[in-house]
Design a protein around this ligand. Structure first.
Ligand code: AMP
Length: 398
């Protein structure tokens, strides 16, 4: 079975074609600058040279068409006929509280994704456009959706209710939804397998530390709390996002700087985080390098990030009465041995003990703890595309 995984952003489109029997990535690619001049598709067929195509692409429909043309291309394609695609799995950012798992697309599902546009105004419309384009260009091919929010819908009310008048929840759906669910679920399943544990008897804290960052508390296979909230702005400090702050800061700064709602949103989402503190970059590599060269604000950004992750790990261990394992994943979590060490340095009380040699390895599933550590610390490369494809395969086979 061949499954195409599609991940549409507001101006980008990532895709991967997987052969499910072997889990081989037959091709993958990224189309950037959709709707702008100078759109670029980088297409990587398995075992062949990368191809870069520059062609203005007006919308996601044209984008999907270009992706299919590339997959079918006589030189750099990997398919002879589009009918070889058995199903398409779409990543959808916000499914509200309606979806606890992945589903096949139908009119009700499309309506529910549209209803969630209010919470995810940039991503959900792009996701809808991607689904509609695939339906139009691949008629008869089953389409499924995998929600970033779904895994977190097992949270109990005490985790997802904000201490606002209850009507805010009832009237407007203001509650914690959580994001990065596909990644948290994937690494939690891999962690249980890696440690040869039943996920049904397992206290796990998963740290997805990339440009966007979130932590989840997973008790016996079910998410019981996560750091992102109504939107992906809450929680940890991120590349350009503030994470949790005193809500009164919003009013104070809007008054002081005469900011509009759009401006404060931009300020919190795009100008804050480690970029805002350091003034150097939103990329942790640049920040670490600047800190190493003596830049005090870059060092401060690094320290603030680690401090916040530690706080969440401590809080989630408290919720679960301990933790059997902690997982680090995503760009920073998988690659930065120095950040992992920094975060773990005060976690001895939990039974965390890092082996510096094991911590140096990269790109593989790895237990970086010393042999006697009570709480295992794992590095697990995330693979959201594979998780989406596995869900799609399961739905289609049913
Ligand atoms: P992601 O959003 O998962 O793609 O992660 C992107 C983030 O991971 C960026 O901020 C990068 O700086 C960070 N990152 C990637 N590779 C490394 C590395 N080798 N060391 C430190 N940070 C890294």
């Amino acid at each position: 079975m061949k499954i195409l995984v599609v991940n549409c952003g507001s101006s980008s489109l990532k895709y991967q074609l997987l052969a499910m029997e072997t889990k081989a990535e037959l091709a993958k690619g990224l189309l950037e600058r959709i709707g702008m001049a100078g759109s670029v598709l980088t297409h990587q067929p398995e075992g062949k040279e990368k191809t870069v195509i520059t062609k203005d692409i007006a919308n996601h429909n044209e984008g999907i068409r270009l992706v299919l043309d590339s997959l079918l291309h006589p030189e750099y394609g990997v398919l002879k006929n589009v009918n070889e695609v058995d199903a398409v799995g779409h990543r959808v950012v916000h499914g509200g509280d309606k979806f606890t798992k992945s589903v096949q697309v139908n009119d009700d599902v499309m309506k529910a994704i549209e209803d969630c546009i209010v919470f995810s105004p940039l991503h959900n419309p792009a996701n809808i456009a991607g689904i509609k384009a695939c339906q139009a260009l691949m008629p008869g091919v089953p389409q499924t959706v995998v929600f970033d929010t779904a895994f977190h819908q097992t949270m109990p009310p005490e985790s997802y209710i904000y201490a606002l008048p209850y009507e805010a929840y009832e009237k407007y759906g203001v509650r914690r939804y959580g994001f990065h669910g596909t990644s948290h679920r994937y690494v939690s399943l891999r962690a249980a397998k890696f440690l040869n544990r039943s996920e049904k008897d397992f206290k796990l804290i998963t740290c997805h530390l990339g440009n966007g960052a979130s932590v989840a508390a997973i008790l016996n296979g079910q998410c019981i709390d996560t750091s992102m909230g109504l939107t992906p702005l809450e929680g940890l400090v991120m590349g350009t996002r503030s994470g949790s702050i005193d809500p009164e800061i919003v009013n104070y700064l809007m008054e002081k700087e005469h900011m509009t709602t759009a401006e404060i949103k931009d300020y919190l989402n795009k100008k804050s985080g480690i970029l805002g503190i350091s003034g150097v970059s939103s990329d942790f590599r640049d920040v670490e390098e600047a800190a190493g060269a003596g830049n005090k604000r870059a060092q401060l950004a690094w320290n603030v990030f680690a401090h916040k992750v530690r706080k969440y790990i401590g809080a989630y261990a408290a919720l679960m009465n301990g933790a059997d394992a902690i997982v680090f994943t995503a760009g920073l979590g998988e690659n930065s041995s120095s950040m992992r060490l920094e975060i773990c340095k005060t976690l001895g009380f939990l039974g965390v003990s890092i082996d510096p040699e094991k911590n140096k390895k990269r790109g593989i599933e790895n237990d970086i703890s010393t042999a006697d550590a009570k709480c295992r610390v794992l590095v697990i490369p995330t693979n959201e595309e594979l998780m989406i494809a596995l869900d799609t395969e399961e739905i289609v086979k049913k």
